[in-house]
Write a protein that binds this ligand. Structure first.
Ligand code: ATP
Length: 312
């Protein structure tokens, strides 16, 4: 199975409004509340694609119980560590073509809870083929926490796919044990390298990926939104071109991309097919209103329309 890790999950609340008026009462008719946090988006998309997946991380309080119930309803296997603090809400107000977000920081994880999670994680990776780690760390966890998770998995020969940014990405790359795959978008890669990279200067990106900090990472997937992706696999770089689609909601397409990668890798697919699958999953997510959800029929159709080009 694929093990997905979400250390700061949330209940994602969406408030669609015709007009959002500041300093007035705004009444919402159609509220949706879904399990969120990047790792849970990844989980749902793997499940949609028919992959075998177990979600882990930390959950707390009344919100945590609600989230676990929702996962049960979707028949998604989960095994979270319970914590004292209340799992957070993340609110997205959809108005006049805009998305205004209000994101809580989330609970603090104590030392003892961290230890309990690590013990569970070590049990779970014994059953796992692959691990995905996504999103931000909860308060209380050290910034090298993901490095610890990568190392523990590597000790059991389990490959780890990491999708994070900022300090936790820097820390993961600084460790002696490297993740199997990372998926920065262009902004995240630019931040990491402290250099402004652009889609119209692909050669600069491929050169940047040769830097020593990336050595030992089998897959580097630089996702480029509607422009597809630039992928370094082993020692070669590939440009993945995607067709234009009628986008409904692209939020979570990066998470769907990770799900497509995990799915393809877990099925031992050919690397070029995996490159197509991860793009198709990101695109199929962008065709849905619900964040972190794909229709497998869209996915299979889109795979056929994607072109992988090896770069010199
Ligand atoms: P997010 O943070 O919203 O999860 P991201 O910035 O990590 O996204 P993107 O590069 O925006 O990731 O998107 C990942 C993949 O999803 C793209 O490589 C592409 O395959 C697909 N995708 C995203 N946006 C679009 C779009 N507007 N049109 C077509 N495909 C898209």
């Amino acid at each position: 199975m694929i093990l997905t890790v979400t250390m700061n999950p949330s209940i994602d609340i969406s408030y669609p409004l015709d007009r959002f008026v500041l300093d007035k009462v705004n009444r919402v008719k159609q509220v949706t509340k879904t399990p969120g946090g990047k790792g849970l988006n990844v989980t749902r998309v793997i499940h949609d694609l028919g992959g075998e997946v177990t979600a882990t991380g930390v959950l707390g309080g009344f919100h945590g119980k609600f989230l676990a119930q929702q996962l049960d309803q979707e028949a998604i296997t989960h095994d979270f560590t319970s914590i004292e603090g209340e799992t957070r809400d993340s609110i997205a107000i959809l108005h006049e073509g805009n998305q205004t977000e209000i994101l809580e920081a989330g609970p603090t994880v104590s030392q003892a809870e961290q230890q309990t999670f690590l013990e569970k994680y070590q049990q779970l990776i014994k059953e796992a083929q692959l691990v995905t780690i996504s999103g931000s760390l909860a308060k209380g966890l050290p910034s090298n926490f993901y490095q610890t998770l990568v190392k523990l998995a590597a000790e059991q020969q389990v490959r780890v796919l990491v999708d994070t940014s900022g300090e936790s990405l820097k820390q993961v790359l600084a460790g002696e044990v490297k993740p199997y795959l990372i998926k920065p978008n262009l902004d995240e890669l630019s931040d990491l390298l402290e250099k402004k990279l652009a889609i119209d200067r692909l050669a600069e990106i491929t050169t940047a990926l040769q830097q020593p900090i990336f050595q030992g990472i089998e897959w580097i997937v630089v996702s480029l939104g509607k422009a597809g992706a630039l992928i370094k696999y082993q020692n070669e770089c590939y440009q993945v071109e995607i067709p234009r689609i009628q986008v409904v909601n692209p939020v979570g397409s990066g998470d769907a991309t990770i799900a497509g990668l995990a799915y393809g890798l877990s099925q031992d697919h050919d690397p070029k097919l995996i490159m197509k699958e991860c793009m198709a999953a990101g695109m199929a997510n962008a065709l849905q209103v619900k964040t972190g959800h794909v229709d497998p029929a869209d996915f299979h159709q889109l795979v056929k329309k994607i072109n992988v080009k090896k770069l010199d």
